[in-house]
Design a protein around this ligand. Structure first.
Ligand SMILES: NC(=O)c1ccc[n+]([C@@H]2O[C@H](COP(=O)([O-])OP(=O)(O)OC[C@H]3O[C@@H](n4cnc5c(N)ncnc54)[C@H](O)[C@@H]3O)[C@@H](O)[C@H]2O)c1
Ligand SMILES: *[C@@H]1O[C@H](CO)[C@@H](O)[C@H](O)[C@H]1NC(C)=O
Ligand SMILES: *[C@@H]1O[C@H](CO)[C@@H](O)[C@H](O)[C@H]1NC(C)=O
Ligand SMILES: *[C@@H]1O[C@H](CO)[C@@H](O)[C@H](O)[C@H]1NC(C)=O
Ligand SMILES: *[C@@H]1O[C@H](CO)[C@@H](O)[C@H](O)[C@H]1NC(C)=O
Length: 333
């Protein structure tokens, strides 16, 4: 029996990540090879023509799993009946704009989209926020969509996680599938803490497998992962899009269909205070997933160096939350 189609919303669908993400979702990389999909593509009016172009190409590619395409510049229409929402759209920071002004724009975009999701999405919608500042946007979405349980709204740090896996695999000279259980702690930014303390290469602890590369692990690995986004911009003249799209598929697929036994992934989720990180922040933790529910991996030993890095990234997020809440207050006033 073929499954009935699931509706997947992609906001900012006419943008770079959208262009890479649409075909991946239509090809089954997000919801699996047997799950038909209907794409709901949202962008703003100035991008409406480009959005129609994306729709034409999706039709032309004749994806067997793609059962329909809805394009819209109206959040309520785009959110209507969606089972999964991938929030990629956002207001770009322009030269001369204060961080707070950009935050104000983003907060109002996320408030409006939260209301549309609440009113019009499927009752058990799962939301992934990709647009930056991803952690704080997810928090603002949750603030403005109180009927969606906050555990059903997550932020993407999977790209950072995948970057860390790939760096270790390259160094060890093994396929990336042999590397498991790295962790990205905290914000999706250069203060994130990519942690190899609990990871393995072919079942062996990473530090053991990379004997002789202690210097690389200590000096190069962390900044390479933290600053990979900037390196891509420098090389390509554009920010990472294909790898972001692929990681968004990985995030949602593992969330809905589960993580492999003995394996965890990094997800930005609402902190419950695990590992001493402040409750109420959307913070990246190691998570396992089963049937649409994530849980934070418990009981990992944290050394003093790691603890300090985890605290620093939390501090950054707490400050950003304050800025966002200030913007909400000002908007309401
Ligand atoms: N979490 C991550 O790992 C990660 C990785 C890469 C990029 N990003 C972020 O993803 C976002 C998108 O990146 P991109 O390269 O595709 O950018 P882009 O500028 O190419 O595309 C953004 C799209 O969003 C649209 N948009 C703007 N306001 C909107 C609104 N209110 N509603 C719907 N659509 C709207 C724009 O018209 C544009 O088409 C950025 O915020 C970027 O920083 C996150
Ligand atoms: C969205 O939901 C609201 C509130 O239930 C409803 O009035 C509106 O018609 C819906 N919009 C769409 C496009 O379905
Ligand atoms: C607002 O969103 C844009 C695009 O998503 C992002 O580039 C910018 O950094 C965000 N603003 C702030 C204050 O972080
Ligand atoms: C949240 O996700 C859980 C797990 O899939 C699901 O059972 C529940 O219906 C969702 N709740 C809402 C209201 O979205
Ligand atoms: C957290 O990370 C996001 C995404 O990179 C970034 O836009 C934001 O500025 C960071 N937060 C702070 C307070 O630096």
């Amino acid at each position: 029996m073929p499954a009935s189609a699931k509706r997947v919303l992609i906001t900012g669908a006419a943008g770079q990540i959208g262009y890479a993400l649409c075909p991946m979702v239509a090809a089954g990389r997000m919801l699996g090879p047997d799950q038909p999909v209907i794409l709901h593509l949202l962008d703003i009016a100035p991008a409406a023509a480009a959005l129609e172009g994306v729709k034409m190409e999706l039709l032309d590619a004749a994806f067997p799993l793609l059962q329909g395409i809805v394009t819209s510049t109206d959040p309520a229409e785009a959110c209507s009946g969606v089972d999964v929402a991938v929030m990629v759209g956002g207001f770009p920071r322009k030269a001369g704009m204060e961080r707070k002004d950009v935050m104000g724009k983003n907060v109002s975009i996320y408030a409006a989209q939260a209301r549309a999701l609440e009113a019009n999405a499927s009752k058990d919608v799962k939301v992934l926020v990709v647009a930056n500042p991803a952690n704080t946007n997810a928090l603002m979405l949750a603030e403005h969509a109180p009927s969606i349980p906050p555990e059903n709204i997550t932020a993407m740090t999977r790209l950072d996680h995948n970057r860390a896996l790939a760096q270790v695999a390259e160094r060890a000279g093994v396929p990336v599938t042999k590397v498991k259980n790295v962790i990205i702690w905290g914000n999706h930014s250069s203060t994130q803490y990519p942690d190899v303390s609990h990871g393995t290469v072919d079942g062996k602890p990473i530090r053991e497998a990379l004997k002789g590369s202690e210097g690389w692990l200590a000096e190069e690995f962390v900044p390479t992962v933290q600053q990979r986004g900037a390196a891509i911009i420098k090389a390509r003249g554009l920010s990472s899009a294909m790898s972001a799209a692929s990681s968004a598929c990985d995030h949602v697929r593992n969330w809905l269909l589960g993580t492999a036994p003995g394996t965890w992934v990094s997800m930005g989720v609402l902190s419950d205070g695990s590992y001493g990180q402040p409750k109420g922040l959307v913070y990246s933790f190691p998570c396992t997933c089963k049937a649409g529910e994530w849980s934070i991996v418990q009981g990992l030993e944290i050394d003093a160096v790691s603890a300090e890095k985890m605290r620093a990234t939390a501090e950054e997020l707490a400050e950003e939350r304050e800025l966002a809440l200030e913007c909400i207050k000002e908007a309401a006033a």
